[in-house]
Design a protein around this ligand. Structure first.
Ligand SMILES: *[C@@H]1O[C@H](CO)[C@@H](O)[C@H](O)[C@H]1NC(C)=O
Ligand SMILES: *[C@@H]1O[C@H](CO)[C@@H](O)[C@H](O)[C@H]1NC(C)=O
Length: 464
């Protein structure tokens, strides 16, 4: 089966039903399965298609759903960058010909695409912390550079931004019309794809924003751990997790055979092929409906793709069971979660700064946060994935604040380890802010096991 047939088959397999999101139903249809209530399945091609997150395949959104007596106080958005060109090449093959310029007559398209480009060309370096000011503000190469955001990636985040605009600005009035610089908190890693993804989302959210009011901070660490990155125990968990991955791979003879076949096709040693991480490049072929590369020895095919993708699913399953990744995730996600609760607590006290926070990041950022929150069933972050924390105030009891947590538009609040089953005991459809705060300050270390009660001790535990 070729890529095209697989795509067409799948598009037919996915059921379509009407959206009910109370905002603008015309553009959104529920087609995707829920990532949490439906854990990753076993069909590798279907899983890969979800991962591509092709914009014509719309999904439902539960962001901003709350009873009338609740007031939205602040919103914290974590995104993975949108669709990108591969980071690796398959040696001795022609790399996929994908055009990273933004043009109106190519799909996928978004009505704001042209105005996005013209707005970006007016941007100035003053809006960015160094070294972000050296990066291009939108993708612009006729043959994509390695890792470059594609038009698909831009459209994905224009869509995310527009969706958040409809819900948080139009419906819940999170920001006044004359919003000020300090009401936004914007942070991105130093890759062009994360900066551009953040800008596309921001443009969808606040079209034609005033450049003078925008300031993007630079985050050097993919864990967003700022001044608290040094954590030896976290690295020890990661080494054990990588050992687990390695042993699982050794056990999979089908995978080994697939790598051998592919190595033969491109005529390099199997080891070298594996090191070139071919699935990264193959996913790009797959998501863009470009056939896999061929040489005079033959073609890399859908069978190879399926074997590797199936192994990835199996790897994720074992990862959940063995809990080594959980240890890494709890320590890796602590600094950013700690920062987020700090921001929420300040907003709950009535301060008006930083009511909208956007962190433009990577799969290796979102994945630990999801695991740390206890969202074990959540799918691996797809392109343009979004994880959102909403803070609400009960107007009937103004001292009470609650949170909702959403992953790709699905309400996962009651799947988190700190709010599991809370809704069975309380009539409120939300989680008390204290639950999240207590979890970040104490609960995370209890989950980790051992006797540490704070981040510093947990990171330096002797004899681990
Ligand atoms: C994939 O590309 C082929 C041309 O190679 C085109 O005919 C087909 O419509 C494309 N399929 C999808 C799902 O975009
Ligand atoms: C947690 O946040 C507080 C401020 O809200 C800060 O003082 C503290 O250093 C942070 N701790 C860690 C480990 O990030």
């Amino acid at each position: 089966m070729d890529v095209l047939t697989a795509l067409l088959l799948l598009v037919h397999l996915i059921p379509v039903s009407a959206a009910k999101n109370g905002v603008s139903s015309k553009s959104r249809k529920r087609i995707m399965p829920e990532p949490v209530t439906e854990p990753p399945g076993t069909d590798p091609v279907y899983e890969a298609l979800l991962y591509c997150n092709i914009p014509s395949v719309a999904e439902r959104s539960m962001e901003g759903h709350a009873p009338h007596h609740f007031k939205l106080v602040s919103v914290h958005v974590f995104i993975r960058h949108g669709d990108r060109y591969p980071l690796y090449v398959i040696p001795k093959t022609k790399r996929p010909e994908i055009d990273c310029t933004l043009v109106a007559n190519r799909k996928p398209y978004h009505p704001k695409l042209e105005t996005f480009v013209s707005h970006m060309s007016k941007g100035s370096g003053a809006s960015f912390e160094s070294p972000l000011h050296t990066l291009p503000l939108y993708p612009n190469h006729p043959l994509c550079e390695m890792g470059e955001l594609t038009q698909t990636g831009v459209v994905q985040h224009l869509q995310n931004g527009q969706l958040l605009r409809d819900i948080y600005l139009k419906k819940h009035k999170l920001l006044p019309n004359d919003w000020s610089t300090d009401q936004l908190y914007l942070e991105t890693t130093g890759k062009s794809r994360t900066l551009q993804s953040g800008l596309a989302l921001l443009y969808g959210f606040l079209p034609d924003f005033d450049w003078k009011k925008i300031y993007f901070r630079h985050q050097p660490s993919a864990l967003f751990c700022s001044g608290n990155c040094y954590c030896p125990v976290r690295n020890q968990y990661l080494e054990k997790e990588q050992r687990r991955q390695y042993l699982l791979r050794l056990k999979n003879s089908q995978l080994e055979r697939a790598y051998e076949e592919m190595a033969k096709i491109v005529d390099i040693p199997t080891k070298q092929l594996r090191a070139a991480n071919p699935i990264d490049s193959m996913l790009c072929h797959f998501c863009h409906n470009v056939s896999f590369p061929c040489t005079r020895n033959g073609c890399i095919g859908m069978e190879h793709f399926k074997v590797i993708k199936t192994h990835q699913i199996e790897d994720e399953r074992e990862r959940r069971e063995k809990k080594l990744y959980l240890g890494y995730a709890l320590l890796g996600a602590h600094p950013i979660l700690n920062q987020t609760i700090g921001r929420m607590q300040r907003a709950a006290e009535g301060r008006k700064e930083e009511v909208f926070a956007l962190y433009s990041a990577h799969d290796v950022t979102l994945s630990p946060v999801l695991s740390a929150l206890g969202l074990m069933e959540a799918r691996f972050p797809r392109f343009a994935a979004r994880l959102i924390f909403e803070l609400w105030q009960d107007r009937e009891k103004p001292s009470e604040h609650s949170v909702r947590i959403l992953y790709n538009g699905v309400d996962v609040t009651f799947h988190t380890s700190f709010c599991q089953d809370h809704h069975r005991r309380s009539p409120k459809p939300m989680c008390p802010l204290e639950n999240l705060v207590h979890f970040v300050k104490k609960g995370m270390f209890v989950t980790l096991g051992g006797s540490s009660t704070n981040y510093f001790d947990a990171c330096h535990r002797e004899g681990f």
